[in-house]
Write a protein that binds this ligand. Structure first.
Ligand code: HEM
Length: 501
């Protein structure tokens, strides 16, 4: 077969040219189909295997390749080579997503948006798997499956249930901060281009002197924040459920590359030990007055993947993927996620998912893991498959050892209830957020909350509403009053159950 023919001839998966693509081989013109029509079997059998499990959360998403460029020197905090010099460019892949809906659900749902980034760095792949919000609903990974069950379908009605959602939130007041963001118009961004991104967790930076700094990552949209209001978002679900996907592809196609300013907040271990909030609690932010944003670089998306399934669906991001100079923190949720993602991906994509091109590290990796389904990288060839051995020269290199982390009482235990501000203050930060909003933003948030809580039904409706109202009152009296009024709750009748503090 000539080179030209190789590109134009239809073939079986093993390469045999196909001479009739549409008609099956039969015994005579009207006869039954012959067993020897292997291409028919191959085609039907492959079709039957086209679906893989969708992500258990964040199933609906959109992705693009791009570039991260360093604009400011932060090498005193980290030795990660992705930040090694101003002007340095690193290729990235970014996947946006909604959280609770299935793969075919609408892009304009009220939901946090995923902001998952893979940096293909010279130290290996670094994944920052965050959201468009700086905080999260819960702070212990043990609660995650229960929380997500309430965001998905009711096991009996097979519909989304405001009752489950608010029941869980009202019983887990640490969710209030994230609820306030979700119920504002930021819960329905106009597009993926018009929202910020956050690493959300606290991570570590480690510098060339092996010193540790705690860090939070921020991605500020340079397109400006733009949101749908509740009515517009609901309308868009019907008009174009794939509106955010379409927006991203079209913007990149016409060269209108979306960009984000990349910034960090830095905290020393000493400051962490003395901060009034637990800096490793993902339901809290670090005040930008206390820890100002520092400029780092610019992120730009400039290349649509040429095939959605190959790149976006098969992408596997994991908070476990760090590189030298970047590390974890004692954040409990982060610790749970280190385990969760690669486990999900081994199930969703297979044991060798790291070899799929979108997930591949820019250089050949080196270890003694072998075999498994779909091993396609040569499997280590004839090299030894055990360590230590007398044949190769591979080493576990001591120079990559991280500095010890002080988990003594001054770092862990002291945060609890220091100055009355501690693990169980779920109200100050959400209240401050509400008070920071403009009157219009406050009105929209209140109206969105009332609309959402009006969906609570059944015999527990009053109990759930009252329990959640207590949380809003504790955050801000005005907020609690406005929601109670909107829901038709008679405050006077509930003085026993609706204590603001
Ligand atoms: C996706 C688990 C918390 C952001 C996923 C997936 C799992 C998961 C299993 C699907 C992974 C895949 O199949 O590729 C968990 C667990 C959590 C947790 C166990 C808590 C302990 C969070 C938090 C954030 C977050 C706190 C953000 C701050 C995301 C994003 C994706 C995702 C953005 C989609 C990644 C992609 O685009 O492929 N999560 N998650 N998750 N999660 Fe989480």
């Amino acid at each position: 077969m000539s080179e030209q023919e190789k590109h134009t001839r239809i073939t079986t998966a093993s390469g045999k040219p196909v001479y009739d693509y549409e008609d099956s081989q039969t015994a005579g013109p009207r006869g039954p189909i012959l067993l020897q029509d292997f291409f028919l079997h191959e085609k039907l059998a492959h079709f039957n295997r086209e679906r893989i499990p969708e992500r258990v959360v964040h199933a609906k998403g959109s992705g693009a390749y791009g570039t991260f460029t360093v604009t400011h020197d932060i090498t005193k905090y980290t030795r990660a080579r992705v930040f090694s010099e101003v002007g340095k460019e690193t290729r990235v892949f970014l996947r946006f997503s909604t959280v609770g809906g299935e793969k075919g659900s609408a892009d304009s749902e009220r939901d946090p948006r995923g902001f998952a980034l893979k940096f293909y760095t010279e130290d290996g792949n670094w994944d920052l798997v965050g959201n468009n919000t700086p905080v999260f609903f819960i702070k212990d990974p043990k609660k995650f499956p229960d929380f997500i069950h309430t965001q998905k379908r009711d096991p009996y009605t097979n519909t989304k249930s405001a009752t489950m959602v608010w029941d869980f939130w009202s019983l887990n007041p640490e969710s209030l901060h994230q609820i306030m963001i979700l119920m504002s118009d930021r819960g329905t961004p106009l597009s993926y281009r018009h929202m910020h991104g956050f690493g959300s967790h606290t991570f570590s930076f480690i510098n060339a002197d092996n010193e540790r700094f705690y860090v939070k990552f921020h991605f500020k949209t340079l397109q400006g924040i733009k949101n749908f209001n509740d009515e517009e978002a609901t309308k868009m679900k019907g008009l174009d459920p794939d509106q955010a996907q379409r927006d991203l592809v079209e913007a990149i196609e016409k060269g209108d590359f979306p960009r984000w300013a990349v910034k960090v907040q830095i905290m020393t271990p000493q400051e962490a030990a003395n901060y009034k909030w637990n800096p490793f609690d993902v339901t809290k932010v670090w005040s930008q007055k206390d820890f100002p944003l520092m400029d780092v670089g610019v992120l730009e998306l400039n290349e649509n993947p040429d095939n959605y399934f190959a790149h976006v669906e098969q992408a596997a991001f994991a908070p476990a993927h760090i590189v030298d100079g970047i590390s974890f923190s004692p954040d409990k949720m982060l610790q749970g996620r280190i385990l969760g993602y690669p486990d999900a991906q081994r199930y969703r994509l297979g044991a060798n998912y790291e070899q799929i091109p979108v997930n591949r590290c820019p250089f050949a990796t080196n270890n003694y893991q072998r075999d498994g389904a779909m091993r396609v990288d040569g499997n280590g060839g004839s090299k030894p498959n055990y360590f230590p051995n007398s044949f190769d020269t591979s080493v576990a290199d001591e120079k990559y050892r991280e500095p010890a982390e002080d988990l003594g009482q001054n770092v862990v235990a002291d945060w609890y209830d220091r100055n009355g501000v501690g693990e169980n203050d779920h109200y100050t930060q959400p209240g401050d957020l509400f008070r920071l909003m403009t009157p219009d933003e406050q009105r929209a948030t209140i109206s969105n909350i009332i609309g959402a809580m009006n969906g609570i039904s059944g015999p527990k409706r009053t109990e759930i509403i009252n329990r959640q109202l207590c949380h809003f009152f504790r955050a801000d009296m005005g907020l609690g009053m406005a929601i109670a009024q909107g829901l038709g709750v008679d405050i006077a009748q509930h003085t026993g159950t609706l204590q603001p503090n």
